[in-house]
Design a protein around this ligand. Structure first.
Ligand code: MF3
Ligand code: CO
Length: 249
């Protein structure tokens, strides 16, 4: 069942989203060569808790941390570690989730550390563009497949591939609600979008093959061919007009 949110509920999700966006902005500033991914985790916890919110990932199905930091061929769900030190040229995806008064915000960005390759730069821009393309068709009257197709067609048009095994999702009182939002699909198909739907859209785009596998830690998703991956995510609300991005400052 897809739960539509009231204006009051969306107001709370706006605050959860603001806190997630603020956390990402702080981490983007602090993620430099020589910083460990565990340090990013500590800073994230600090920002989230100072803003009276709770990190939503910690303990979710046993996930051991408050954020995901996925470097280079890691696609999503990388676990922060004091041993993982960022270095020049790394492509780093940071995923943050927070709960404010019972409501969730979920967003991710990908950034480069120092100078990165031209291909890495393009991959980041295209993944961000795929999310923007998805948001621009996330309107009442359109269908879920329009969102999926916007992501897939944008990424493929620019020479990249989209990960199939992980999707976006409905979000609200729970981090994962119906519907699933695949990053590949067919325009005009799927659930009709309605005002009050709240969705986390999250394209995962790779430079090589879209096939992925999970590392022995049980969490870290990597590309099978070790090609670079990028991930952007926003939590949005469907309205009568353009979608509202909730995870923004
Ligand atoms: N943005 C991710 C998602 O929507 C974050 C979940 S990571 C987990 O699935 F560790 F909490 F599972
Ligand atoms: Co998500």
């Amino acid at each position: 069942m897809i739960v539509l949110k009231s204006p009051r509920e969306i107001e709370l999700m706006r605050e959860a989203g603001r806190i997630v966006a603020l956390t990402l902005a702080v981490l983007a500033e602090k993620a430099k060569e020589g910083v460990s991914t565990a340090q990013l985790e500590e800073w994230a916890e600090e920002v989230i808790r100072k803003n009276k919110a709770i990190p939503s990932f910690k303990g979710y199905r046993g996930y051991p941390a408050s954020i995901c930091v996925s470097v280079n061929e890691e696609v999503v769900h990388g676990i922060p570690s004091p041993k993982r030190i960022l270095k020049e040229g790394d492509v780093v995806s940071i995923d943050v989730g927070a709960i404010y008064r019972g409501y969730h915000g979920d967003a991710a960005i990908t950034i480069g550390i120092g100078r990165i390759t031209e291909e890495a730069e393009k991959l980041i821009e295209v993944t961000k563009g795929a999310l923007e393309a998805a948001i621009s068709v996330a309107k009442a009257g359109n269908r879920l497949g329009d969102i999926s197709w916007a992501i897939q067609s944008y990424a493929e048009k620019h020479g990249f591939n989209v990960v199939r095994e992980y999707t976006g999702h409905g979000i609200g009182r729970y981090m994962h609600e119906e519907p699933q939002v695949p990053n590949v699909g067919t325009p005009g198909k799927g659930v009709l979008l309605k005002p009050g739907m709240t969705l986390a859209l999250e394209p995962m785009v790779v430079a090589g093959s879209w096939e992925v596998e999970v590392l022995p830690d049980g969490w870290t998703v990597v590309t099978k061919d070790k090609s670079l991956a990028a991930h952007f995510e926003h939590t949005i609300a469907i309205t009568d007009g353009d979608a509202e991005i909730l995870t923004k400052l």
